[in-house]
Design a protein around this ligand. Structure first.
Ligand code: PLP
Length: 437
């Protein structure tokens, strides 16, 4: 083996630059985290070489002893992380990502053209929850292959409008209701959604892509009490490699063969060979989730989000739902007349990783008025309340600067910023600091 530094310095150089960028940037993207060295090592291990279609003990290849051991270990840890009884719940750890986990889960229990409901994209929902722009512009498998109708948040409060959900469900008669979101800062009332679903005989699927780490720590409502199927990503609050999980109820009264259906939907229907190196890395990261220290981490992420929300409100900013229950904040910049896309672009120059987002009622995904903030990554970097207040102050300064640049369109200051932004080595923060004064 020749190491990367020698065999491909060009690739190594890009990795080095991105490493430097990540470590000198305040990572506030709500869907991101920093994973441990152990997880990175497992992820780049020799398990990458193996094909292993099938499930442990039932494969299409020889030499599966250790691959089987690894997948079984990963399954055990996934169930343990969420304190699930293996007699009641099973899990498939093979999905390549959250999107394919959702695709496989929907494929397992719905027929093409069946009806599903999920939270509208602009209200915080995820594209895999039935996103479509119009009847002819369907932008995800979940609207291309199924008939979808969203439920919405309440226009006054920004929280999920459960009355709207119930009345739309009565009218639309969905086969499945999704609970979960990508840009929604509040916890979910799974019991209520279960009751609505029961009234129309629908499945309930929880997507805890964002919330998994806190649910595992018992810090948020428990979807497993009420959902038939729960999907998760492994790389957000769970702090693992990029991947997906599907939890399902064994011996489900609606489908006694749910385990078989889920496993077949993952492979061969939606995927082929499992990424065994990723499964090893998921197992490693779930070991961390099973440790007593995990609860302290999850609590600190949530506490940091509260502190960030309060600090931003203190500067006079508007937040969707006026705060958060989770790691995530939707910062509505409409009152400032600033686009989230502009602040995101400035963040790239001054050292924030930001992520623009739609606010309710908007459709222009490339120039929305919101910014989605999250505290998982900064908490992994050991930031506490006082650090977060400093981050809030920096964010406030970044908004002031963006507004100034907006007012002074064509000014020397703006040109200087653009020059720094396009600097090929991208390491000009000293100069940026001077410009920001
Ligand atoms: N579900 C939700 C709620 C998400 O926020 C995401 C991530 O964006 C996904 C699913 C999809 O995950 P992935 O990007 O791993 O496909």
């Amino acid at each position: 083996y020749v190491p990367l530094t020698e065999s491909d310095p060009e690739v190594q150089n890009i990795i080095d630059n991105e490493t430097w960028r990540q470590y000198t940037t305040l990572g506030l993207t709500a869907s991101e985290n920093l994973t441990s060295l152990a997880t990175l090592q497992a992820s780049s291990s020799i398990l990458n070489s193996r094909y292993s279609e099938g499930t442990p003990g039932d494969r299409f290849y020889g030499g599966m002893k250790h691959i089987d051991e690894m997948e079984i270990l990963c399954q055990k840890r996934a169930l343990a992380a969420f304190d699930l009884d293996p007699n009641v719940w099973g899990v498939n750890v093979q999905p390549y990502s959250g999107s394919t986990a959702n695709f496989a889960a929907l494929t397992a229990i719905l027929q093409p053209q069946d009806r599903l409901m999920g939270l509208k994209l602009s209200d915080g929902g995820h594209i895999t929850h039935g996103h479509q722009i119009s009847a002819t512009r369907k932008l995800n498998f979940s609207s291309v292959y199924f008939e979808s109708r969203p439920f919405t948040s309440h226009p006054d409060t920004g929280t999920v409008d459960y009355v709207n959900l119930a009345s739309r469900a009565e009218e639309f008669k969905p086969h499945l209701i999704m609970c979960g979101a990508s840009a929604y800062p509040r916890d979910w009332d799974y019991a209520l959604i279960r009751a609505v679903a029961n009234s129309v005989d629908a499945w309930v699927m929880g997507d805890i892509a964002h919330l998994g780490g806190f649910i595992a720590a018992n810090e948020l409502n428990d979807p497993f009490q009420y959902c038939d199927i729960v999907t998760a990503t492994t790389h957000k609050s769970l702090r693992g490699p990029r991947g997906g999980l599907i939890f399902f109820r064994k011996n489900h009264p609606k489908a006694l063969d749910l385990e078989k259906r889920i496993n077949e939907a993952v492979s061969p229907i939606c995927q082929n060979g499992p990424h065994n190196n990723t499964i090893a890395a998921i197992a490693t990261s779930l070991k961390q989730v099973c440790q007593p220290e995990w609860k302290a981490y999850a609590k600190q992420v949530l506490c940091n989000a509260q502190v960030l929300a309060e600090a931003l409100k203190g500067y006079g900013y508007k937040l969707l739902t006026d705060g958060t229950d989770t790691h995530l904040i939707i910062w509505d910049l409409r009152p400032q007349g600033l686009k989230g896309s502009k602040l995101q672009a400035l963040g790239d120059i001054v050292g924030f990783n930001l992520n623009m987002t739609l606010v309710p009622g908007e459709t222009a995904a490339r120039s929305p008025s919101g910014v989605r903030l999250g505290t998982c990554l900064l908490t992994t970097r050991n930031m506490k309340e006082s650090d977060i207040r400093t981050v809030a102050r920096f964010l406030h300064r970044a908004v002031e600067l963006s507004l100034r640049l907006q007012e002074e369109a064509g000014s020397k200051l703006l040109k200087d910023f653009k020059r720094v932004a396009t600097d090929p080595n991208g390491r000009n923060y000293g100069e940026v600091q001077k410009l920001s004064q």
